[in-house]
Design a protein around this ligand. Structure first.
Ligand code: SF4
Ligand SMILES: [Zn+2]
Ligand SMILES: [Zn+2]
Length: 306
């Protein structure tokens, strides 16, 4: 197969676009698509300091790399969650992040939950006798990404969610017809409170395979191991189902997502702020819909200080 642009040997075939590309033209197209998503959804400009939520995985490290190459003002935040579970997952992820920082010369701030606040994600859950900590882990990560951004002068938090992540979430939200979640599932959510950063996802039109290839071609060494708690997660099952649909009909995921965005714009936009007033948490001062925010309620049960 030949590259459609230059006719050299193609190294990538994007079935959803019926497009074969050499390495250089793949990278060029990838970066153009990221730039296009940023502009289309008016996410941020080159003067805005943006904070990337870095996990040590391919998507978040690729996000830092591509934004830097495109000339954006980018920093990362890695949250060490204290997930060891016999495989040293958090320590291994941190090693990859540090290696990335040294190799690519980009700043990544590190927030170590155990060293700073004295708790780990498994310990939070253990005390509550639950098996899988993902919902608490999500609360903690969202809280600290936002708070760190607000307190360190980053108006925008970027995450590396790709098309596969977005359609898996969309399917889950669709199956429940959860209009609140559907309305908030957007490539860009502007800030609605003085202590809330905007949230941007510049990879939403790019598949997991594309971000993996970009990371490979950019020489990014990332953690390949899944978090031990991810096993059996519903989102993985939904991704498998969507992969089978995509296999039978290439382009399904992108169509599903694009049509959703159109529907969201036309029908759901009035649900974006469905009358829920944001208040200020009486414990920590961060935005919340209740008197005390979800993070403070969660950590107060295990006697942790904010
Ligand atoms: S899989 Fe669950 S526990 Fe592991 S990092 Fe993700 S949200 Fe946290
Ligand atoms: Zn080419
Ligand atoms: Zn709070």
């Amino acid at each position: 197969m030949k590259c459609r642009i230059c006719g050299k040997n193609a190294q990538v075939h994007l079935r959803q676009h019926n497009l074969a590309l050499c390495r250089d033209h793949f990278v060029e197209r990838f970066e153009r698509e990221v730039e296009r998503a940023i502009r289309r959804h008016r996410m941020f400009d080159r003067n805005t300091p943006v904070l990337v939520a870095v996990s040590g995985g391919k998507d978040s490290l690729a996000a830092m790399r591509v934004l830097h190459r495109l000339g954006y003002n980018v920093s990362g935040l890695y949250i060490h969650l204290g997930i060891h579970e016999g495989v040293g997952y958090s320590d291994l992820s941190l090693q990859k992040v540090k290696k990335f920082q040294e190799t690519h010369g980009l700043p990544v701030h590190i927030l170590h939950l155990e060293q700073t606040f004295g708790y780990t994600i498994p310990a939070l859950v253990h005390r509550r006798r639950q098996q899988v900590p993902c919902s608490q882990c999500g609360t903690v990560k969202r809280y600290w990404m936002n708070r760190y951004a607000v307190e360190h002068g980053f108006p925008v938090v970027v995450t590396g969610h790709n098309l596969d992540d977005e359609v898996a979430t969309l399917l889950a939200n669709n199956l429940r017809w959860d209009t609140g979640y559907l309305a908030r599932q957007a490539p860009f959510l502007p800030s609605t409170h003085p202590r809330m950063a905007a949230k941007a996802k510049p990879f939403v039109y790019l598949s997991e395979k594309e971000t993996a290839l970009y990371a490979l071609f950019q020489g990014i060494d990332y953690v390949r191991m899944e978090c031990p708690f991810a096993e059996g997660a519903k989102s993985i099952f939904y991704k498998e189902l969507l992969n089978r649909l995509e296999e039978r009909s290439p382009g399904t995921k992108l169509r599903y997502y694009r049509e959703f965005l159109r529907f969201r714009e036309e029908v759901l936009s009035s649900h974006t702020h469905p009358g829920v007033e944001l208040r200020t948490c009486t414990v920590c001062g961060m935005p919340t819909t209740l008197e005390v925010c979800a993070y403070c309620r969660l950590t107060s049960r295990v006697g942790t200080q904010v």
